[in-house]
Design a protein around this ligand. Structure first.
Ligand code: GDP
Ligand code: MN
Ligand code: MN
Length: 250
């Protein structure tokens, strides 16, 4: 097996609404069949105009209350509420479920890497976003690649944020090891590896968080895997979600 090569894509400008990011990336790097491109959700959203000016947001009663409770700008809180399908936790920070199944702190709404007074929303349909970018790159280059849309997210049990896959196209989210045998011939009964999150985690490491200016990362020579796309627990399976909801009935 060949070594995996990971390349941060440098030299991209500040992304504005209307930019064709896929084309801009293809100008900077040559892609090959089987490559995997990780793209920060931030730049996809900026290119698509999924942003708002705080000055245009009028906070309603709940946003004002939670803004006071959590020490945050009520207009920002209103943006978070608007992006959410269901609030899981109100305090010390808002954690909510988005319409496409992701549960995240502040609904993934960002105020960094954009002009003062602006917020960036996660893409409204990150699976579609990944597919769009993949198709666009195939159209430009003729190459079939996989695409992951990432966001930096916190997690339970541990300090520190890592990159998570919020959308993907070209492969399954999970590599299913169930039924394989280990080095000793034992059958694996449980292991489903969330490959898209592992790749997103490393891509996020290459991107950095602040002023690195590397919103895209290309992986070459990754092994191919098979599995399924059920990355998100259903509400009935999700123990953490259930316990949080029981504690904070809203
Ligand atoms: P998120 O994890 O999707 O919320 O995105 P971040 O704000 O953490 O940014 C990820 C990477 O993309 C960092 O290296 C940023 O410096 C870079 N980045 C963010 N916006 C832009 C942009 O408009 N242009 C370029 N070239 N890089 C950007
Ligand atoms: Mn983010
Ligand atoms: Mn980030």
């Amino acid at each position: 097996m060949e070594n995996i090569i990971v390349t941060g894509i440098r030299g991209l400008p500040l992304i504005k609404k209307g930019d064709d990011i896929a084309a801009m990336i293809c100008d900077k790097v040559s892609v090959e069949d089987g490559d995997i491109l990780s793209l920060a959700s931030t730049v996809y959203s900026k290119a698509q105009g999924h942003t708002r000016a705080l000055s245009e947001i009028k906070p309603a009663e709940r946003a004002i209350r939670l803004g006071k409770l959590n020490g945050e700008d009520p207009r920002f809180v209103q943006a978070v509420l608007d992006a959410s399908k269901e609030i899981i936790l109100e305090h010390p920070f808002i954690m909510s479920e988005l319409p496409w199944g992701h549960i995240g702190v502040r609904a993934g709404v960002d105020q960094s890497n954009i002009d003062d007074g602006m917020v960036i929303f996660l893409p409204p349909d990150p699976m579609k976003a990944a597919e769009e970018v993949r198709n666009r790159i195939e159209k430009i280059t003729g190459k079939k690649i996989g695409v992951i849309i990432t966001d930096t997210c916190g997690r339970s049990f541990r300090r520190g944020q890592t990159g998570h896959a919020i959308g993907w196209s070209g492969f399954t989210a999970i590599r299913d090891f169930r039924g394989d045998t280990d080095l000793f011939g034992h059958e694996l009964k449980i292991t489903e590896e969330a490959v898209v999150d592992e790749l997103a985690g490393f891509a996020n490491f290459v991107m950095g968080e602040s002023n690195n200016g590397v919103p895209a990362v290309l992986f070459r020579n990754c092994p191919v895997w098979t599995g399924h796309n059920n990355l998100y627990f259903s509400p009935a399976e999700d123990i953490t979600r259930r316990l949080l909801k029981e504690q904070h009935p809203k």
